[in-house]
Design a protein around this ligand. Structure first.
Ligand SMILES: Cc1cc2nc3c(=O)[nH]c(=O)nc-3n(C[C@H](O)[C@H](O)[C@H](O)COP(=O)(O)OP(=O)(O)OC[C@H]3O[C@@H](n4cnc5c(N)ncnc54)[C@H](O)[C@@H]3O)c2cc1C
Length: 477
């Protein structure tokens, strides 16, 4: 019988899972791909409101396919603007996220042609999934507008949720039109009529995108960024440098404490030679998922409370030319990066007053701003998501969260979701950032392309009996 496969999420993960299933398929089937507001294929990351929002990974490492490492590079060098540029330069540069979105759409079109040739029906649904139920037939999907239907297999590829509201004394401000909970939308940076400062909560990569967006909108006022640690974002330095001396001392079951000591020792060594910590952290990537999986819950909690930010700063870096701009705006006094905690935000008589604890000054400070943009990173505690099918699935016990509430409990060898009774579903799967609790590092293309490849293979074997793509080297888990 013709199988029905539902994919909830049409960003990179959902798109590439569908593409890989189409490649694998040896008999006809129906694939339903569901995406909410963002354009299908691009998701949040590759549907930016500005051409100046660029990838944080070089072209040569952004292929959507684990078995075709140069696929994005080949696409990029055929573009008119890149045709006359040295291939090695394009390969090592950071291109626009818009171009990457176009690339994914292009791959999708190719996959649709292959689907037609194989008599596979691909049904694109632009709607919100509101409820997911297990039935004797399979899984029932309910939507806001689309009539519900059943599928035999379902993949939850919901990616990044919008950030949660920071905890403050009076939460009334969060219903203000001057508060922007979703930093990935153009309205967060446009139509600013006043030159009063803007407050960005958080100081990671989304803060950088938001500053670029504000400048592009000709905003001339001051920008404040407040985050608990106020770390400086780092540029990509020591490009191409590999440092692996510490790996001999680390195994998958090294404790967090020993790991910290070893890394600290090697940071001291490289500093003597004018090198900073990033190559040391980068070298951990092939084993970081295994290390995470071997940490105890207490160690994971310590990591989250004390080391996550340091690790994130070393890992999530920006291209040098963007870093230079950020530094220039800081030096000119346009950008103030504060470490501290927001205490309250009050809006009265067209004035927004933000009270925060300034760690450096060790006292409370007040600033007046014209708007507040939340760049604190995706919410991962699904019970806090309002009217969302993930919180409904949590309540019904269809899925459970890991102890740290970072993602969905999953068997990461098969991508099968584990229910509240610790039982694996045979037809409900997930990948991408929903695996954060299981794998920690599971958000970049480099991880997601491999997961989509493996998951599609797993589903296809069940759905079609045999498949038509070769094995690729297994991702380290
Ligand atoms: C701003 C930004 C920039 C990034 N840049 C890079 C980069 O340069 N390089 C890199 O490797 N990684 C980057 N990343 C990491 C990024 O997470 C992945 O590369 C990838 O885009 C994640 O795709 P995804 O499909 O898992 O999630 P998303 O892109 O978040 O897609 C999730 C999909 O689920 C859908 N959805 C969610 N809930 C529902 C529902 N209830 N009903 C229906 N549909 C639903 C959404 O509509 C969306 O289509 C970036 C991330 C962000 C946020």
């Amino acid at each position: 019988m013709r199988k029905k496969i539902g994919i909830i999420g049409g960003g990179f993960s959902g798109t590439m899972t569908a593409v890989q299933i189409i490649k694998n398929a040896t008999s006809p089937c129906d694939i339903y791909i569901v995406s909410e507001k963002e354009e299908l294929n691009k998701g949040i990351a590759y549907n930016p409101y500005s051409n100046k929002h660029i990838l944080n990974v070089i072209t040569g490492k952004m292929s959507a396919f684990p078995d075709k490492p140069d696929d994005f590079l080949e696409y990029a060098i055929q573009k008119e603007e890149n045709k006359r540029i040295d291939k090695a330069l394009v390969s090592n540069s950071f291109l626009s996220r818009k171009l990457y979105g176009e690339y994914l759409c292009h791959k999708w079109k190719e996959a649709l042609e292959e689907a037609r040739a194989k008599n596979i029906a691909v049904i694109e649904i632009n709607d919100t999934l509101t409820k997911l139920d297990k039935t004797a037939r399979g899984i029932t999907l309910n939507f806001h507008h689309t009539p519900n239907f059943d599928v035999d297999f379902c993949v939850i590829a919901t990616g990044n949720q919008i950030p949660k509201n920071p905890a403050i004394k009076n939460t009334a401000f969060y219903s203000s039109t001057n508060y922007f909970q979703n930093p990935w939308k153009l309205d967060s940076v446009n139509n600013i009529e006043s030159d009063k400062p803007v407050l960005i909560v958080g100081n990671g990569l989304t803060m950088v995108d938001t500053i670029i967006g504000l400048k592009e909108q000709n905003y001339k006022g001051e920008i404040y960024s407040i985050s608990p640690n106020g770390f400086n974002i780092l540029p990509h330095r020591h490009s191409g440098m590999k440092y692996t001396a510490h790996l001999d001392e680390i195994s998958e079951d090294t404790s967090l404490y020993s790991l910290f000591q070893i890394i600290h020792k090697h940071i001291k060594i490289v500093r003597e030679f004018g090198i900073s910590a990033e190559p040391i952290i980068d070298a951990l990537r092939p084993m970081s998922q295994k290390i995470w999986r071997n940490l105890s819950i207490d160690e994971r909690k310590i990591f989250m409370a004390r080391l996550r930010h340091l690790f994130g700063v070393a890992r999530h870096r920006i291209p040098l030319h963007i870093y230079d701009k950020i530094q220039k705006w800081r030096i000119e006094g346009n950008l103030h990066i504060k470490s501290g905690k927001i205490i309250d935000i009050i809006e009265e008589n067209n004035r927004i007053r933000v009270e925060f604890f300034d760690k450096k000054m060790n006292k409370n400070q007040t600033i007046e701003v014209s708007r507040v943009i939340n760049c604190t990173g995706p919410e991962t505690n699904f019970s806090k998501l309002e009217d969302h099918f993930l919180s409904q699935c949590l309540q019904s016990g269809i899925l459970a969260q890991d102890e740290l509430k970072l993602g969905i409990k999953t068997n990461v060898d098969t991508y099968q979701v584990i229910d509240a009774n610790q039982k694996e579903h045979n037809n409900l799967f997930t990948l991408g950032s929903n695996l954060k609790g299981e794998l920690w590092e599971t958000t970049a293309v480099n991880e997601l392309r491999q997961q989509a490849y493996e998951l599609a293979k797993y589903i296809s074997q069940d759905a079609f009996g045999q498949i038509s793509t070769p094995e690729v080297e297994k991702i380290v888990k």
